[in-house]
Write a protein that binds this ligand. Structure first.
Ligand code: GUN
Ligand code: ZN
Length: 496
């Protein structure tokens, strides 16, 4: 595997350096798609927007005689007029859309090598979502056969990407990932997901990414094929995707659509531009509406690119600050399908724990998803190892004005006095329990029960106030529950 050096991490995301024959690329990276036949924005100008690498389709070049000749003579970099790395796709997308391509796997791989591509891709078969199991399985066998062919070829220093397919079948996705890991790729694209993104099926998208990540080694670079809409970048990076390719900036522009990190707007419906990129600073929506189609498309495409690279910079900064959870939890509120898709991390806690750094500066609660962060579960585990004071009855109180050995806090559950000021439980900004979603209290009580059961030989008094009374119930036999007010020194000032 070629060099992929991880320099910062948060959630399952990372900032890394991917080495290619044309230099290093900092990931997460967005590769604008260049169509050499219709360049809405010429490839040589893409660096200005922040592109460090571009992607183009070798099949389009291959079957267009003038382009093919030029690419063979001057290389793909010469053809596009760029000096940054170029990834080439194989025509698989055409295979999916038109059902057929007029080139063999070996021919298109050989061609990508001959034109000097930095990252080459075999002719994988992108099986659409919901394909029946047998179709997905036999497509995958074809893909794997072609990938075996690819690893046998002498490709020099260039990187080999081996796409992962399997439609919406979790076991086939895992199988596909296992097989390409055995073959050994330099880059692992997750393919066949464009139709999911086009229809906002983020639930299935997240599932596929998590299943694949469960199999891939943690230091394997991952490309999410066809993900070009900035509204999915934060979520995808947080799940461990490192590269994206965007045709969306151009396709949406042609259709009069304006991208934002929280969704798509129609140019027709905009009175104001919610953006300060050069395009939006210098024009009003009305001015752009009055332009001819070519100028309008070009300016919309420029805005779409600015905003896409800007979003990636926000994400990278969030990784550096270790607040990517907070950032993703904000972005997923742009669409209910994103919100419910992200909540699946709850079922993949052990996977997330492997990646997410255990030390951070802060924990801001933004909603019930915050309870699913590894920091919460880790605290539940860690508190089990805390030594208990040597006394008959140990006091756990949800009322922090009450003297106790342990306190009960939302999400985190049991917090020893000595951890009241340290990360995560002590650094957590969480609204008062009276104002909080029930979920955050229920999860705390799950932690409490685990703690009490762990110490079944000891006796506890659990003092509850306010809303906690509703949730602290049915505790194991070694605990008695008392209401804070009944003891005379409780402070229930949040009630009423
Ligand atoms: N572009 C978008 N999706 C895919 C895919 O699954 N495979 C390849 N090779 N290219 C793609
Ligand atoms: Zn703009």
């Amino acid at each position: 595997m070629k060099m992929f050096e991880i320099v910062a991490k948060d959630v399952m995301g990372r900032i890394a350096k991917l080495e290619t024959p044309h230099g290093k690329v900092e990931t997460p990276a967005l590769m604008p798609v260049v169509n050499p036949n219709i360049e809405i924005i010429p490839a040589r100008e893409l660096k200005r927007f922040g592109a460090q690498i571009v992607i183009t389709n070798s099949y389009i070049i291959y079957r267009t005689p003038e382009l093919r000749e030029e690419a063979l003579k001057r290389g793909v970099h010469g053809l596009l007029g760029v000096d940054i790395p170029v990834m080439t796709d194989s025509g698989s997308y055409q295979l999916m859309v038109y059902g057929d391509v007029e080139v063999s796997n070996e021919e298109i791989l050989r061609f990508q090598i001959d034109i000097g591509s930095d990252i080459i891709v075999p002719l994988d078969v992108p099986t659409p979502p919901d394909a029946d199991y047998d179709t997905a399985k036999s497509d995958l066998e074809v893909t794997l056969e072609r990938e075996r062919e690819a690893v046998k070829m002498d490709r020099g220093k260039r990187l080999l990407a081996l796409p992962i397919q399997g439609s919406t079948h979790a076991d086939l996705r895992r199988k596909s990932a296992e097989e390409v890991v055995k073959l050994g790729a330099d880059l692992y694209p997750i393919g066949g997901v464009v139709p999911l993104m086009d229809t906002y099926r983020f639930y299935d998208l997240v599932r596929i990414v998590l299943e694949v990540k469960s199999v891939l080694p943690s230091n394997a670079p991952v490309h999410l094929f066809g993900a070009g809409h900035p509204m999915v970048f934060a979520l995808a990076v947080a799940l461990g995707c490192d590269l994206f390719d965007s045709a969306a900036y151009a396709l949406y522009a042609k259709d009069g659509r304006y991208l934002t990190p929280y969704g798509t707007k129609k140019l027709e419906e905009l009175q104001y531009f919610p953006c300060s990129c050069p395009v939006c600073l210098e024009h009003t929506p009305e001015e752009i509406r009055r332009m001819d189609e070519e100028d309008r498309t070009r300016l919309l495409a420029e805005h779409n690119l600015w905003i896409s690279f800007e979003e990636l910079k926000r994400i990278k900064q969030a990784i550096k600050e270790n607040n990517l959870f907070e950032f993703v939890e904000c972005r997923i509120r742009s669409h209910p399908n994103l919100l419910f898709a992200w909540r699946q991390i709850r079922e993949y806690r052990t996977l997330l724990e492997l990646f997410d750094p255990s030390m951070k500066h802060s924990f801001l609660y933004t909603g019930i998803e915050s309870c699913y962060r590894p920091a919460v579960l880790r605290h539940h585990e860690r508190v089990l190892n805390v030594e208990l004071p040597d006394k008959e009855e140990i006091v756990i109180s949800s009322d922090e004005g009450h003297p106790a050995d342990f306190y009960l806090r939302p999400c985190f559950g049991v917090v020893p006095v000595e951890m009241l000021e340290s990360y995560p439980a002590g650094h957590a900004e969480i609204p008062p329990s009276e104002l909080l979603e029930d979920e955050a209290l229920k999860i705390a009580v799950e932690g409490l029960k685990k703690f009490l059961k762990h110490h079944s030989e000891r006796k506890f008094v659990v003092i509850v106030n306010g809303k906690w009374k509703k949730f602290v119930k049915d505790l194991p036999e070694n605990a008695v529950i008392r209401n804070a007010g009944e003891e005379g020194w409780g402070s229930e000032n949040l009630q009423n």
